[in-house]
Design a protein around this ligand. Structure first.
Ligand SMILES: N[C@@H](CCC(=O)N[C@@H](CS)C(=O)NCC(=O)O)C(=O)O
Ligand SMILES: [Fe+2]
Length: 311
């Protein structure tokens, strides 16, 4: 029996790792998106209804940079949903180290006991940012997560097969989780009227992003595509779902740029117009540490650190 607090009582479930046979056509997870208006980010709960097991993807720890206040409202809303649906959390997954919000992975692990995972190239991101923050002692070894996923790795959420695609460009470590017929492509493609993600953060590359997008478009046409952000162009309602076929036919950046060279030119021109995300310097120091806030100082308070003229 699952209690009303089921989502918070998940200590017994261990991740099952193996090489499951991938049958995209048969495996259709229930996907629930949770839109975060302040950051335009989408968090997902991806459930296998046969076993009532789920994965949480890209959860947010709330942060108000004006007051310095942190909160767990967004993450708790995910746990409430998990509990209401009678689900248990099997994995807490990030697609990449986010530059615009704190990850709630560590908080959710504390609450559920479920393991955390991210792409194995996160160690490259850690190396890059430990230099930017001047933290010579920071262990850039990925030990802050329970599992580091390499290109092509497979695992299960309940009975759902998950396959990992390495999809860099937006960051050095970005990965896509293909869970049954659903691809969680994070910041590569956005919904078709919004084009693609930027590729100008430290370690970013428009050419790599192009190749990562080709890998996503090579999935079956009917694959559902779930994106990591939506910035509501023209003030429309937030959107986060499309398909590979619709992306190929209508994504504004893919329609405008048919070759790698055209895409790189378009992407780099747009990136030159974008200011750095509001929270990039706040977020990376937390997210490179698996979503852990800095340790409290002697007075019990936690402090962030910023490089000046460092980006
Ligand atoms: N205005 C937002 C921008 C955040 C941002 O740069 N988002 C990235 C994804 S992490 C992106 O690809 N943005 C594309 C765009 O703004 O066109 C902020 O300050 O947080
Ligand atoms: Fe991002």
């Amino acid at each position: 029996m699952l209690s009303s607090d089921a989502g918070r009582e998940n200590h017994s479930c261990r991740p099952r790792v193996g090489k499951p046979k991938l049958d995209l056509a048969l495996a259709k997870p229930q996907v629930s998106g949770f839109y975060d208006k302040p950051t335009g980010a989408i968090q997902y709960v991806v459930a296998d209804l046969a076993t009532k097991r789920c994965a949480i993807i890209d959860p947010i720890l709330d942060f108000d940079e004006r007051s310095g206040a942190t909160a767990t409202k967004s993450a708790d809303a995910l746990l409430d949903f998990v509990s209401e649906q009678g689900l248990s959390v099997e994995w807490i997954l990030d697609t990449h180290p986010h530059a615009d919000h704190f990850s709630a992975a560590h908080y959710l692990k504390e609450q559920t006991g479920a393991p955390t995972g991210i792409g194995d190239r996160v160690v490259e991101v850690q190396k890059l940012w430990k230099a930017i923050y001047n933290w010579p002692d920071f262990p850039a070894d990925g030990s802050q997560w329970d599992r580091l996923f390499a290109e092509g790795e497979a695992f299960l959420v309940g009975t759902l097969p998950v396959k990992v695609l390495f999809s860099p460009g937006h960051t050095l470590a970005s990965i896509t989780y293909v869970i049954g017929d659903a691809a969680f492509v994070h910041d590569t493609l956005f919904v078709p009227d919004s084009g693609t993600a930027r590729a100008d953060f430290p370690g970013g590359s428009a050419a790599r992003l192009w190749h990562s997008i080709q890998g996503i478009l090579a999935l079956p046409d009917e694959t559902r595509v779930f994106v990591g952000h939506d910035y509501q162009p023209g003030g429309r309602e937030p959107l986060w779902e499309s398909t590979v076929a619709v992306q190929k036919a209508t994504n504004i950046h893919l329609v405008a740029a048919r070759s790698e060279a055209e895409f790189v030119a378009l992407r780099e021109a747009r990136d030159r117009t974008l200011p750095m995300p509001r929270l990039i310097l706040h977020a990376l120091q937390v997210n490179m540490n698996g979503g852990r806030l800095p340790e409290p100082e002697a007075n019990g308070r936690r402090y962030l650190k910023f490089p000046l003229d460092g980006l």
